[in-house]
Design a protein around this ligand. Structure first.
Ligand SMILES: [Fe+2]
Length: 193
């Protein structure tokens, strides 16, 4: 198991623990959905899935950022492709969060928590060349594929077949986005024109 996942688990766990110090332990206990997977599975799978959820939100917002700030002669194609991809990425978020809740875990509550957990970096630049946008998203989707595989390994350790099954579909979708971005970059001239 990678240090990155362990580190993110620790971060999410620390965020939850700080709440218990304020007397919210009993209220949190009311949210513990019963599961036959066991407490260790709930902790480990939730940790991996919450980190993936933060990555997905980060990738969603960057995809929309580039959709909104696209420019150049291929504007229409690139703008529409990123809109399709953004919709697909956003659709993952509710399923990931609800999967965590189904197995008794707590999930993300705020943009602040997302920023602490995300492993896909933001891009706040004033201007990004069209082809640089597509190349960056291609790399980010590649990163997401590897993080999904890591989360799959964690769920597989506990025979959580529902989580592994969902992750397998998300890997396929992410590989499709990566394929489209790869081909679009490959066939375009430098500078996106
Ligand atoms: Fe739009």
């Amino acid at each position: 198991m990678s240090f990155a996942i362990e580190s993110k688990r620790a971060t999410f766990s620390a965020m939850s623990t700080s709440k218990t110090k304020n007397g919210t332990r009993l209220r949190e206990a009311a949210l513990l959905t019963p599961t036959d997977l066991g407490a260790k599975a709930t902790r480990d799978i939730s940790g991996a899935m919450n980190a993936v959820l933060a990555d997905v939100f980060a990738l969603y917002l960057k995809t929309k950022n580039f959709h909104w700030h696209m420019s150049g002669p291929h504007f229409r194609d690139y703008h529409l492709m990123l809109d399709d991809q953004g919709e697909q990425i956003f659709a993952m978020t509710d399923d990931i969060a609800e999967r965590v809740r189904k197995i008794g875990g707590m999930t993300i509550r705020s943009i602040g928590q997302i920023s602490k957990l995300q492993r896909i970096s933001d891009n706040d630049a004033d201007f990004v060349e069209p082809l640089d946008m597509l190349a960056e998203l291609r790399e980010d989707n590649q990163t997401l594929i590897s993080k999904l595989r890591e989360a799959h390994d964690v769920a597989d350790e506990y025979n959580d077949v529902a989580t592994t099954s969902m992750i397998e579909n998300w890997i396929d979708q992410t590989e499709r986005r990566h394929w489209f971005l790869f081909e679009t970059c490959r066939n375009a001239k430098s500078g996106g024109h």
